[in-house]
Write a protein that binds this ligand. Structure first.
Ligand code: GTP
Length: 359
């Protein structure tokens, strides 16, 4: 049996307002909750039991995913009453795991989209005889991530979480949020208090002489924590830049879910997804964006790289570029919003009230 723990209990503050009523893994990407893509990819890699470590808005997962049989997996839910951090969440999942001593357990952050070779990661872990094996990826600017330099044989040399000083940037390899733990290592994480694997468990293991092994895999990798990357991930899934068996359609320039209405003369492209019950009027142009269920895009609106929340309305000729519109917000006609603007759920913006020039 291959088991995985999926960490899905974070508050997703960087993705607010869309995560005020919906936990980040349940926000739809390419037409289904993002978590559905992760489960589908895990199943395709041979995982047959997934423990979902929930906390924030924990109650919404089980009604959607049930016992997992519809997704071809067995799902178990564990919930922390108080969020215990990444390490605490992994520890709380331990009671639901069947893996015996010495056996590997996969652990995935719930907000990473990657084409990682999961069987390859497991094989590397076995060959190295490691206590923990980490998926590492290379990024151009590693400052916002955890740096993980390794020796030529893959042995991890250090952990530097979000380096502040240029001297600390000794590598472009970062912790990519997928791990293989030897079962006993999970059982040794302290209980009953918050623990961060990145800041406490991994550095502690390294200091105690444990073998931490890094595998650099340069397949597609994106951290969906920020709105711009969430939108990008959804578009990449729609276009098939990264493949997920859970996308409800063939790869293409756009995806329109059943029950949505797109009028003749509307333009969709760049991996845009239009959710069930949403309406895109003639003359609207929606590029590389996520339009959630029941949203209305009115005639002549131009939307790029943005998320439009469930039941929200974007008025005629309004321009959005790199914006998050909260659920049920109403944006009147002739507005112009760009560059990371966020409109809170339920907010009303009158006609021609906001004009940010993108220039
Ligand atoms: P931000 O608030 O925007 O930083 O997002 P986040 O809360 O998701 O935090 P972060 O991106 O650092 O979390 C990485 C992964 O761990 C995500 O999949 C989270 O859902 C998960 N996670 C973070 N903290 C906890 C926790 O306390 N409990 C559980 N069960 N999962 C957590």
């Amino acid at each position: 049996m291959t088991e995985a723990v999926l960490l899905v209990g974070g508050r997703g503050t960087r993705l607010q307002p869309l995560t005020l009523n919906t936990p980040k893994p349940m926000v739809p990407a390419a037409g289904v909750p993002f978590l559905a893509h992760q489960l589908a990819r895990a199943k395709a890699a041979g995982v047959d039991h997934v423990v979902l470590a929930t906390s924030y808005l924990a109650e919404v997962f089980e009604p959607y995913f049930g016992d997992g049989s519809a997704h071809g997996l067995r799902l178990t839910y564990v919930t922390e009453d108080e969020p215990l951090g990444t390490g605490g969440a992994i520890r709380s999942a331990a009671g639901a795991l069947a893996a015996g001593p010495g056996e590997p357990v996969l652990v995935f952050n719930g907000d990473i989209l990657t084409g990682l070779d999961i069987p390859g990661l497991l094989g590397s872990h076995r060959r190295a005889g490691a206590d923990v094996t980490l998926h590492l990826t290379r990024v151009a600017d590693p400052r916002a991530f955890g740096l993980v330099p390794t020796a030529a044989d893959g042995r991890v040399l250090a952990f530097t979480e979000k380096p502040q000083h240029p001297d600390e940037i000794v590598t472009d390899q970062i912790n990519a949020g997928a791990y293989v733990f030897r079962r006993e290592v999970i059982d040794a994480i302290p209980t009953g208090r918050p623990v961060s694997v990145e800041r406490e468990t991994f550095p502690g293991l390294l200091a105690s002489g444990a073998l931490l092994h890094g595998v650099v895999d340069t397949a597609y990798w994106l951290d969906l924590g920020r709105p711009a990357s969430f939108v990008q991930a959804s578009a990449d899934l729609v276009r098939g830049v990264v493949r997920s068996p859970a996308v409800p359609g063939e790869p293409g320039e756009y995806l329109v879910l059943p029950g949505a209405r797109v009028e003749d003369g509307a333009l969709l492209g760049g991996g845009t997804v239009v959710g069930a019950g949403a309406h895109v009027a003639a003359g609207a142009d929606v590029e590389g964006s996520v339009v959630l269920e029941g949203a209305r895009i009115e005639e002549g609106a131009r939307i790029r790289a943005s998320m439009v929340g469930a039941g929200a309305r974007v008025g005629p000729r309004t321009v959005l570029d790199g914006v998050v519109i909260g659920d049920h917000a109403e944006i009147g006609a002739d507005n112009e919003l760009c560059d990371g603007a966020r409109i809170w759920c339920g907010t009303t913006i009158p006609d021609a009230a906001i004009r940010f020039s993108a220039a």
